[in-house]
Write a protein that binds this ligand. Structure first.
Ligand code: COA
Length: 161
C-alpha cells in the first residue's frame, strides 16, 4: 500500500481541528493531499478559490502536504491521484454513523482504498466550521479555533472588520 492519503472536505473554513488531523496524518502517511470537494448541495461562504488560498497560506511551507480540489466521486479522485487511503477525523459518536456509511460505500466502489479514522483531539471535538462562522459573525473571538493566518480574512469576510 502506498502511503498517500487524501483528506477531503469542504473546509469552509479550515479549522484547527482539521489542521490537527492533517498534522497527525503526516505521522502516518508520507503525503497528505488536502482536497476540497466540490459539493453542490452545500452552500459555502467562501468560494473554492478562497478556500484553496486558505489552505495554501497554512500549508505551503510543508512539501508533504499537497493542496487540491476535485469534482465528482472521491473514489475516482483517489484512483486518479494514486492515493491508497482516505483520512477522516471523528469528533463525536454522531459523526461515526455518517462516516461509517461513507466508508462502506467507498469500499464498495473502490475496494483497494482504505478509510483511516483518527479521533479528533479533545481540544477541538466541539468545533465545526459552522460554529466558527457564527461566532465571528456575531463579533466573538475565534482565537485558537482557526489558524492565525486566516483569522483576519475570516473577520473581514464575515464581520466586515
Ligand atoms: N475538526 C473540526 N471540525 C471538523 C473536523 C475536525 N477534525 N472534521 C470535520 N469537521 C467539520 C467540518 O468543519 C464540517 O463542518 P460544517 O458542517 O459546519 O461545515 C463538518 O465537520 C463536516 O465537514 P467535512 O469533513 O468537510 O465533510 P463534508 O461532509 O463537508 O464532506 C466529503 C465530506 C467531501 C468527504 C464527501 O462529501 C465526499 O466524499 N464527497 C465527494 C462525492 C462522493 O464521493 N460522494 C460519495 C461518498 S460515499
Amino acid at each position: 500500500m502506498n502511503k498517500i492519503a487524501i483528506y477531503p472536505g469542504s473546509f469552509d473554513p479550515l479549522t484547527m481541528g482539521h489542521v490537527n488531523i492533517i498534522e497527525r496524518g503526516l505521522h502516518v502517511f508520507d503525503e497528505v493531499i488536502v482536497a476540497i470537494a466540490h459539493n453542490t448541495s452545500k452552500k459555502t461562504v467562501f468560494t473554492e478559490e478562497e478556500r484553496l488560498e486558505h489552505l495554501h497560506l497554512v500549508f505551503s511551507a510543508n512539501p508533504r502536504v499537497k493542496i487540491d480540489r476535485f469534482e465528482g466521486l472521491l473514489v475516482d479522485y483517489a484512483r486518479k491521484t494514486g492515493a491508497g487511503s482516505v483520512l477522516r477525523g471523528i469528533r463525536t459518536v454522531s459523526d461515526y454513523e455518517y462516516e461509517f456509511q461513507m466508508a462502506l460505500a467507498n469500499k464498495r466502489l473502490y475496494p483497494d482504498m482504505e478509510t483511516i479514522f483518527m479521533m479528533t483531539d479533545g481540544a477541538y471535538s466541539y468545533l465545526s466550521s459552522t460554529i466558527i462562522k457564527e461566532i465571528i459573525r456575531f463579533g466573538g473571538s475565534a482565537e485558537g479555533m482557526v489558524p492565525p493566518a486566516i483569522a483576519d480574512l475570516l473577520k473581514r469576510k464575515l464581520a466586515g472588520v
